[in-house]
Write a protein that binds this ligand. Sequence first.
Ligand code: GUN
Length: 291
Amino acid sequence: MTATRIDGKAFALTVREKVAAHVAKLKAEDGLIPGLAVVLVGEDPASEVYVRNKGKQTAEVGMNSFEHKLPAETEEAALLDLIAKLNADPAVHGILVQLPLPKHMNADAVINAIAPEKDADGFHISSVGLLATGQKAMVPCTPLGCLMMLREHHGDLSGLNAVVLGRSNIVGKPMAQLLLRDNCTVTIAHSRTRDLPAVCAGADILVAAVGRPEMVKADWVKPGATVIDVGINRIPAPEKGEGKMRLVGDVDYAAVVEVAGAITPVPGGVGPMTIACLLANTLTAACRAAG
Ligand code: GUN
């Protein structure tokens, strides 16, 4: 049986519509316009695409978008100065510093310089601690988008076996925390996990976030499982012409779609939900700032 395709693009549109409606209400009733500042250091092409999309969608839901592009050789102290200005700016409710940062910068120090109440990414150490202890927290956007799709598809997640493949601070670890909060039995698997295929095959919910093109094969997936593919990998596509590339996830979609119960595609799955959740986080921060 072929798996249900979980349409992240369509779901993200409904989330953005809800955010836009709330923003319009805030504007009309309180004269408040939520603002998101995005800081990009350097010229990484993938980061430039993400930042452009974030800016465009922020404006589309009626929020203010403030973009700050700094050259790759910017000193960390200058970036910290900019963050201090954004922290103090009442028109800015959410701040995001695009990662990765150039190697000469200490990413932890930069992220922890963001005022926790403006931490739209949920990467600040205080947001991480709040989430880990089950308190109200800014939640990282990619895992939040995954959770929303899982809840929409499954309803109650209680008691399900969830395997998170990947242990990054941005996706794997917060994803595991969120699934635990929803009463799943959670395993974090990674490159050193013994017999990875067998561990993954025990999952009712499998979230793949390792950055390895098409790593998860059909025999790694329990029949009927829900598979969330966080990977965005560019691989050569000679069939499209010389030098052409195509996007694939961490899951071998063509094979796994025949085994899984539901699966997110790449592109059109997790990606659009990430930006929608960033906008939702910014709106939450603005509402909290307004009291
Ligand atoms: N780089 C890749 N994903 C992300 C993200 O979600 N937030 C930030 N700030 N940088 C990223």
